[in-house]
Ligand binder design. Structure first.
Ligand SMILES: [Ca+2]
Length: 231
């Protein structure tokens, strides 16, 4: 803020804040003649606030005159799975951002929510028919802690195996272990949980959908979330 006058002024900083969120910022600031000042505050979002986009606005007022409204968009997203609903396209298009699709399909005809899901087609010749988290979107986790990955899986296969999985990876990019939960055969959208304990050497986890060579129909995944489980 810059005081363009030759007199000291007091600038009030009223704010509009949604329920539950707190803004820590002086209620007013005094500027000497021609003084320039930066004010800093912080926004506190307690764990009780549910995911969503919240608007916080701070105004700069002198007397009853408003000189500026400073809108701040607070996006509360406690799910660390990037683009877990497959709705955001990669910059180059053609695939969902943050996912390595391999032979998988970005399907806009079938979705658990939104417009898109990710699909694997059966392939008797493919020994590793998977789609998975793209390298830069690996999720940092804490050794010794317990998490549940959940996702919605639709499986049209009546044979073989379709599974949702988590790969634990160490600091050198080497696999520590995989944990899989098999989807029911010939099943409509079903919430599928993969619960795992993070091993001491694990740094990140990657999310996988896998289909084996015996599967005889396509499978889809959508709306992936990761939550820590209290031990
Ligand atoms: Ca979706």
């Amino acid at each position: 803020m810059t005081n363009g006058t030759a007199n000291p002024i007091t600038v009030d900083l009223p704010r509009t804040v949604p329920n539950g969120i707190t803004v820590t910022l002086d209620a007013s600031v005094t500027l000497a003649a021609s003084e320039k000042k930066t004010v800093q505050g912080s926004v506190y979002v307690p764990a009780s606030v549910t995911d969503g986009v919240y608007g916080v606005t701070v105004e700069a007022k002198v007397g009853n005159v408003s000189y500026a409204a400073l809108p701040l968009s607070v996006n509360v997203n406690t799910n660390p799975v990037y683009n877990g609903g497959f709705e955001k396209p990669a910059a180059a298009g053609g695939r969902p951002d943050g996912w390595s699709m391999r032979a998988g399909v970005w399907d806009q005809t079938v979705a658990h929510s939104g417009q898109y899901s990710a699909k694997l087609n059966p392939d008797a010749n493919n020994t590793f028919n998977v789609l998975n988290t793209d390298t830069p979107k690996a999720i940092a986790v804490t050794p010794g802690h317990r998490y549940t990955l959940s996702g919605w899986v639709k499986n049209n296969a009546t044979a073989g195996s379709v599974a949702l999985g988590v790969r634990q990876v160490d600091a050198n990019g080497v696999t520590v272990t995989y944990t899989w939960t098999e989807a029911g055969k010939n099943s409509d959208w079903t919430k599928t949980d993969v619960t795992f304990n993070v091993l001491p050497q694990t740094k990140t986890i990657w999310v996988y959908l896998k289909m084996d060579q015996a599967a005889d129909g396509p499978a889809w995944v959508d709306d992936l979330e990761l939550r820590e489980v209290q031990l």
